[in-house]
Design a protein around this ligand. Structure first.
Ligand code: GLC
Length: 728
């Protein structure tokens, strides 16, 4: 039957259930939760569950297929949805790390790999990519984003959607909209941005995902300019559907319907359902406002059955497109053995591990190196691995889906794999705990275990080199993990001081899901390598990077602050009427802090290599750009070191004078180039009118005549600059 035929056969109860998504536990015949469990909280019945349109959090195809075929007589097959954010079982680095590769092609390959693994176990939809524009590292979910630049985010949004959907996994882009700008960096907090900033910075990446073919959109928890997204008709119906023409499924976030009551914009579930339907939200995740209220709302004339039918048809059409409505559809006829063999051929294969390893190598960012790195495989006979991340598989990242920490390659494993003849020993030194403020106790003072610390120092002093692992755990970042202090914990600072004093040949290897304040590592360690949460192959990638089997090439896509107080910190700032004159001198009445620097410790676009690059002769084909035409910016880049390296050459543009203030610079292009020692190349960028456009005060997208500067270099602080004019 077609979607329209099925719709005709549905009762209003069927329709409300089809628009509702429950947790897998409620479906699973083996552990149907008793009515006293969440079902009573949700106020639903077995019929509601049997008629629901989709399930969430399924882990394992046999469970899925049993449900489709099993006890629950689903008249219409379910859609199964899970957060496959950066891998399904083969976990690649977190998206903030993937952004640092400046390699959308690699991103697409990894997303396709994740999709193959998810489809192998019956998943239909991933709640990804998350394309929220971010500037505040205190917000734990920056780890899911690709950072603070809208141009880059759009490229990665497109790459992920294309990657996922190239293997048949439906992409649900999220969180619409502007979830990445919560007040104070506190998750779920209110977002208040002007329409001008919303359109300039926060909306483009969602649009890029939709233009790339994303079939679903998830609304965000936050209120945006006073209205929570689930109830935001102007945002969802007005912009997403009417202005952008999106006619796919819109799904809420987890229980976000009912949370309208907590937001204080709905008095009961019926009003939640009313506002969501008016906003054209199709699927209600993990609550039952539609089930409880649609019938009454229609009887009261507040909504029409046509509105409900439009929503149901969008859900059924996706099922039709995926073949779930075909009369020949059967979830599986495979035997359990056949399913296992099929999974084995598609999941955690050596090919997938190799891709995850490559991504981990390319996303790592070399922050400091006085020449200690790369280490020499032949001369290093003993390696001390120290710190709370050195001997654990808990390096996958916050959104690790089906990833198994026990299947991850630990740092110690990776080093032993690479250095079969060296002695690799481990000492934790300190825990990775951070002080928690709880409702019942003040900050719990973190105590250092002196015996463990002494053991680590002894190991450091008796080894050739020290790999000192520091940072934040994968469970202290991501959803609900906002921080007010981005510094390393006090115990980790103590460990760093003591270990580096015991053995100067100490390299800091930083694990994190966000920008941290790394001033101590910068001051104390001879070298510092940021590996993020690198995923299943982390240990092998880190060993390869430390010993030069791979050369670091990652570039930061978020500014790393010198102090938490600088947050939100981003490179594309406005000059203001009183620009700071000198970051090292206190000059009153300027856009600066009186008690600290305004500049990042490491700027957007920053990342070192084991070689060095020199830029020269930045030049333009013409000094005037006429509308409709283009000019070419060229620059010579030379590898001035003694080994091959890959540089991401970045192009920034500054509009010197316009009808609204314009950022001091904005990324408008980049090219990765690999050069052997001594090799020199000319890199060219085409400059056209499109890259000069912005929203003016009337929210028109324009490029205005005037003077512009082009900056080209290895990070957003590059000084090499030329000017040109745009003329009509
Ligand atoms: C979570 C997240 C969202 C995720 C959803 C389903 O609360 O906000 O990103 O897709 O629930 O897991």
């Amino acid at each position: 039957m077609t979607a329209k035929q099925i719709l005709k056969s549905m009762t209003l109860e069927d329709k409300a259930r089809q628009l509702t998504q429950f947790n897998s536990l409620l479906y699973n015949p083996n552990n149907m939760m008793t009515i006293t469990g969440p079902k009573s909280d949700l106020g639903i019945t077995d019929e509601d569950i049997e008629g629901s349109g989709s399930g969430i959090y399924y882990y394992g195809d046999d469970e899925i297929h049993r449900v489709q075929n099993g006890k629950l007589t689903h008249k219409i097959p379910l859609l199964f949805m899970v957060d496959i954010i950066h891998g399904s079982e083969t976990i690649y680095p977190i998206p903030l790390a993937m952004g640092a590769t400046f390699d959308p092609t690699l991103m697409k390959e990894c997303a396709a790999m994740a999709a193959r693994e998810a489809k192998a176990i019956g998943i239909d939809v991933t709640f990804a990519p998350m394309v929220d524009f971010v500037r505040d590292a205190r917000w734990g979910r920056v780890m899911e984003s690709t950072g603070e630049d809208v141009y880059l985010n759009c490229l990665f949004a497109k790459a992920q959607v294309e990657g996922f959907q190239s293997e048949g996994l439906v992409s649900c882009v999220k969180h619409f909209a502007a979830y990445g700008a919560p007040e104070g960096g506190v998750d779920y907090n209110a977002v208040d941005v002007s329409e001008w900033t919303l359109r300039e910075k926060y909306l483009p990446a969602y649009k890029a995902a939709i233009d790339a073919g994303a079939k679903m959109v998830m609304t965000s928890f936050n209120s945006l300019n006073g209205v929570p997204s689930v109830a935001n008709k102007r945002l969802v119906k007005g912009i997403l559907r009417d202005e952008w023409g999106f006619d796919g499924i819109v799904i809420s976030d987890y229980n976000a319907f009912r949370e309208l009551i907590s937001h204080g914009v709905a008095k009961d579930e019926k009003e939640c359902a009313y506002k969501a339907m008016q906003a054209t939200i199709d699927i209600e995740m993990l609550s039952a406002c539609y089930i409880h209220s649609l019938k009454d709302l229609i009887r009261e004339g507040k909504i029409t059955e046509t509105q409900v039918d439009e929503a149901v048809l969008r859900v059924l059409k996706l099922k039709e497109e995926l073949g779930l409505l075909d009369k020949t559809y059967t979830p599986t006829t495979k035997t359990k053995e056949e399913i296992e063999a099929y999974k084995k051929s598609r999941i955690l294969t050596e090919e997938h591990r190799a891709l995850a390893r490559k991504a981990a190598e390319k996303s790592a960012v070399l922050l400091k190196n006085d020449g200690l790195l790369p280490l020499d495989k032949e001369s290093v006979k003993s390696v001390a691995v120290i710190g709370p991340f050195g001997d654990t598989g808990e390096i996958l990242g916050a959104w690790r889906a089906f990833g198994d920490n026990d299947k991850a390659v630990k740092v110690t494993d990776g080093l032993k794999n690479l250095l079969p003849n060296a002695v690799v020993r481990y000492a934790k030194g300190v825990d990775a705990d951070i002080p928690y403020v709880t409702a019942t106790e003040l900050d719990k003072p973190l105590r250092v275990n002196e015996a463990e610390l002494d053991e680590a120092v002894r190991l450091a002093s008796s080894s050739d080199v020290v790999v000192l692992t520091l940072g934040e755990t994968q469970n202290d970042v991501g959803e609900g993990n906002s921080k007010q202090n981005l510094e390393l914990s006090e115990p980790q600072k103590i460990l760093l001081e003591k270990v580096a004093a015991a053995n100067p040949n100490t390299v800091a290897v930083i694990f994190s899901g966000r920008p941290l304040v790394l001033t101590e590592a910068e001051r104390i360690a001879r070298a510092s390598l940021l590996v993020w949460h690198p995923g299943t192959e982390g240990g092998n990638a880190i060993a390869n990077l430390l010993f030069g089997e791979a050369t670091p090439q990652g570039k930061l896509t978020m500014s790393f602050p010198k102090s938490t107080g600088q947050c939100p910190l981003h490179y594309d700032t406005f000059q203001t009427g009183r620009p700071q004159q000198d970051d090292n001198v206190r000059i009153g009445c300027t856009a600066s802090y009186i008690d600290g620097s305004r500049l990042p410790l490491y700027p957007f676009g920053y990342g070192l290599s084991y070689t060095t690059f020199a830029y020269d002769k930045l030049r333009l084909s013409e000094s005037v750009l006429h509308r409709g035409k283009s000019i070419v910016a060229s620059i010579d880049i030379k590898n001035t070191g003694n080994r091959e390296g890959t540089e991401t050459v970045q192009l920034y543009v500054r509009d010197l004078y316009a009808s609204v203030v314009r950022p001091v610079r904005e990324l408008k292009g980049f090219k990765k180039v690999t050069l052997s020692a001594g090799e020199e190349k000319t890199i060219e960028f085409e400059i056209d009118e499109e890259m000069l456009k912005f929203y003016n005060a009337d929210l028109e997208r324009v490029a205005e005549d005037g003077d512009f500067e082009i900056y080209v270099g290895g990070d957003s602080g590059c000084k090499t600059c030329v000017r040109f004019r745009l003329e009509s």
